[in-house]
Design a protein around this ligand. Structure first.
Ligand SMILES: *Cc1c(COP(=O)(O)O)cnc(C)c1O
Length: 319
C-alpha cells in the first residue's frame, strides 16, 4: 500500500509504498469520531495482447477527491501526487492483477483526518492512503441483471448535504436499506429525491440510465447524486454513437414506459436492470445481448482493457 501523511501545513510531499498492514490511529482521530474521510475507486486492467497495465481516467478520481476534500474541510493531494500514488500502488501489485477477461485490480484511495481532535473541528493532520485488491467481474453469468427496489422511506442524500461527494459518511446509512432489500430478494435499492419523493436519483454505489428508443436519460446532478466517471464516460460514448443524451429530473412514473434501464459505476461497469419494483408494482426491462447498455459497455470495456484504440486520452499506462 501507499501512504502519505501531511502535517499542519496541509501539504502532501512524497509518499511511500510499504507492506500492506494495520494502521495505528489515535482514538480521537478525526476520521474515527467525526467521519472526516473521502474514498475513491479505480480499476487497473491487464491488456490482452501485450500485458500492459492500464488505468482508466485516474485524473478524474483525483479531481473528485479534491472536490470531496474541500466539502469536508480537508487538504488533498495534487492531481499529480494522486495519480503517481495510484500508479505506484498498481505497479507494486502487478502480480495480483488478474489475467485479461478474469477481472481487474480494484484500487482504493482514501483520504482521512488522522490527527487527534476531541472538540468538533477539522483534524490537525491527514493521511492519504492507497491500497488494492484483485476482483473478479461483477457478473459471473453473461445474462445476469439487477432487480432493484425503490425505497421511499430511507434516503441516501439530501439537498445541501454531502451526497454529491464520495464521503465515507454516505455509505453506512444505506446498509439498512440494502439489507432490507436483499432479505426480500432484490439486488439493490434505487433512491428517490428526498424532497418530492418522486424523482429517481441513483443506487447506493452506482448511477442510473433510462433508455427509450434513441434517447438515453439520466438524472441531472445537483449535489445529491454522485457524479460517476463511468456515467460521464458512457454519456460521451453514447453521444458519439448518435444517441440523444438527456440529463434531467426523471419521475418514477416514467420508468413504466422505459425500454431499458442500466446502472453504471467502476465496480459494476454497465449493469443491466431487469426489474424495478415500486410500491408493490414490478416493472420489467429488456436485458441481454442486443441492448443499448451492452452496446455501450462493449465499447467502454474495449477501451479500458486496451482492446479498442483509446482516441480520447482516457487510458493511463502504468510502467
Ligand atoms: C462511486 C459511486 C458511483 C459511481 O462512480 P464511478 O466514478 O462511475 O465509479 C455512483 N454512485 C455512488 C453513490 C458512488 O459512490
Amino acid at each position: 500500500m501507499y501512504i502519505n501523511k501531511c502535517g499542519n501545513d496541509g501539504v502532501f510531499q512524497k509518499g511511500v509504498v510499504t507492506r500492506y498492514g494495520a494502521l495505528e490511529l489515535s482514538p480521537s482521530a478525526g476520521v474515527l469520531n467525526y467521519g472526516q474521510g473521502v474514498l475513491e475507486g479505480i480499476k487497473a486492467y491487464r491488456s490482452a495482447e501485450d500485458d500492459r497495465l492500464l488505468l482508466f481516467r485516474p485524473d478524474q478520481n483525483a479531481l473528485r477527491m479534491k472536490m470531496g476534500a474541500e466539502r469536508i474541510c480537508m487538504p488533498s493531494p495534487s492531481v499529480e501526487t494522486f495519480v503517481d500514488a495510484v500508479k505506484e500502488t498498481a505497479l507494486a501489485n502487478k502480480r495480483w492483477v488478474p489475467p485479461p477477461g478474469k477481472g481487474s485490480l480494484y484500487i482504493r484511495p482514501l483520504l482521512m483526518g488522522t490527527g487527534a481532535v476531541l472538540g468538533f473541528a477539522p483534524a490537525p493532520d491527514y493521511t492519504f492512503l492507497v491500497y488494492c485488491s484483485p476482483v473478479g467481474n461483477y457478473f459471473k453469468g453473461t445474462f445476469a441483471s439487477l432487480d432493484l427496489i425503490i425505497e421511499d422511506e430511507l434516503h441516501r442524500a439530501t439537498p445541501g448535504g454531502a451526497g454529491g461527494v464520495k464521503s465515507i459518511t454516505n455509505y453506512a446509512p444505506v446498509l439498512k436499506g440494502i439489507s432490507k432489500a436483499k432479505q426480500r430478494g432484490y439486488s439493490e435499492v434505487l433512491y428517490l429525491d428526498s424532497v418530492h419523493k418522486k424523482y429517481i436519483e441513483e443506487v447506493s454505489c452506482c448511477n442510473i440510465f433510462v433508455v427509450k428508443g434513441n434517447v438515453i436519460s439520466t438524472p441531472a446532478t445537483s449535489g445529491t447524486i454522485l457524479e460517476g466517471i463511468t456515467r460521464k464516460s458512457i454519456m460521451e460514448i453514447a453521444s458519439d454513437r448518435g444517441y440523444q443524451i438527456e440529463e434531467r429530473a426523471i419521475a418514477v412514473e416514467e420508468l413504466e414506459d422505459a425500454g431499458e434501464v442500466f446502472c453504471t459505476g467502476t465496480a459494476v461497469g454497465v449493469a443491466p436492470v431487469g426489474t424495478i419494483t415500486y410500491q408493490g408494482k414490478r416493472m420489467e426491462f429488456k436485458v441481454g445481448a442486443s441492448t443499448v447498455g451492452r452496446e455501450l459497455y462493449t465499447i467502454l470495456e474495449g477501451i479500458q482493457t486496451g482492446k479498442t484504440k483509446d482516441d480520447k486520452g482516457w487510458i493511463v499506462e502504468v510502467q
